[in-house]
Ligand binder design. Structure first.
Ligand code: TA6
Length: 289
């Protein structure tokens, strides 16, 4: 049975290779693990909470309906916690679409009362996770507005890619795109340069990014990442020493050497979804093991 579930997780196993699988925690509909022929492709903190007490530190957390902390400039979402509520809510496993695909749903009925009060809109999220091949993972999200008024939202797939050593990594495909630098005081627009490398804390928002990027190490491609047109922007993040030390759920403390977040989303501004309409995004990741 390639799709199996228990009370807290769903696992999709490749029908042709039992060592290839993806595991999703119902809490946050968070992809916790993606193994290709037994080799883990995602980074997950050893101190990550998996009991629903806190958003998962690692894997692919989902960010909706706001990205980042409240800034006091968006009353409709400013009462929400950082990165919204999708990653820290109990999603419903809707079942398998086929032997390689599972679906999860979230609506107002799934939200804690405080979160529902903080963002009182009718909405429906349908998240689909697919083992799209022996070395491919596809995730896609439908955002539906069944209500009678529009709402503004951000979406981000906060993917923690596992890498051998982040200082050997280069992210190709962004050309020399400018970025907003969130490190320090944050918010300064800076000129980028290609490839993106990591030798310190990096926390950048790249707007209107090309739809395909590669994550390489020592000239070898580790991942090819292809985003739908609707995922306009990309965040690149590595907490480095101090920020890793400051996160209680980030372990081991030097684990930032084995991860890089390349996060496809719609975050540079809010997206308005009219009443009765649906928005979709998809991300395809190929692992080159
Ligand atoms: O996506 C990058 C970022 O917004 C960083 O600024 C950092 O805050 C990271 O997300 C992790 O946020 P979290 O709320 O999961 O600690």
């Amino acid at each position: 049975m390639p799709v199996t579930s228990d009370s807290t997780t769903v696992t999709i196993t490749d029908a042709k290779n039992p060592n290839t699988s993806v595991k999703i925690l119902n809490y946050g509909a968070t992809v916790l693990s993606w193994k290709v022929d037994g080799k883990e492709q995602l980074w997950l903190s050893e101190a990550s909470k998996l009991d629903g007490s806190k958003a998962v530190r690692g894997g692919i957390p989902l960010v909706f309906p706001r990205f980042g902390p409240a800034k006091g400039n968006h009353p409709d979402t400013d009462k929400l916690p950082q990165h919204g509520f999708a990653r820290n809510s109990h999603w419903e496993f809707l079942g398998q679409v086929d032997e390689a695909t599972a679906q999860f749903g979230l609506g107002p009925e799934n939200l804690d009362a405080d979160l529902k009060a903080a963002w009182d809109h009718d909405f429906s999220l349908i998240y689909t996770v697919k083992l799209a091949g022996p070395d491919a993972l596809q995730v896609s999200l439908d955002v539906v507005n069944p209500g009678t008024a529009p709402f503004d939202f951000n979406v981000l797939l906060h993917t923690y890619y596992r890498v051998p050593e982040v200082t050997d990594v280069s992210v190709q495909g962004f050309n020399d795109l400018a970025f907003v630098d969130k490190v320090g005081a944050g918010g300064e627009k800076k000129q980028g340069q290609s490839p993106i490398t990591i030798n310190e804390e990096v926390d950048r928002i790249y707007k209107d990014t090309p739809k395909t990027a590669t994550i390489e190490s020592k000239g070898k491609t580790l991942f090819t990442v292809t985003a739908s047109e609707s995922l306009k922007d990309t965040v690149v993040w590595n907490p480095w020493t101090e920020k890793a030390r400051g996160m209680s759920d980030f372990e081991p403390k030097d684990g930032f050497h084995q991860m890089i977040c390349v996060e496809n989303g719609y975050v540079a501004q809010f997206n308005k979804l009219p009443a009765g309409e649906k928005w979709n995004c998809a991300l395809d990741i190929k692992a080159h093991i």
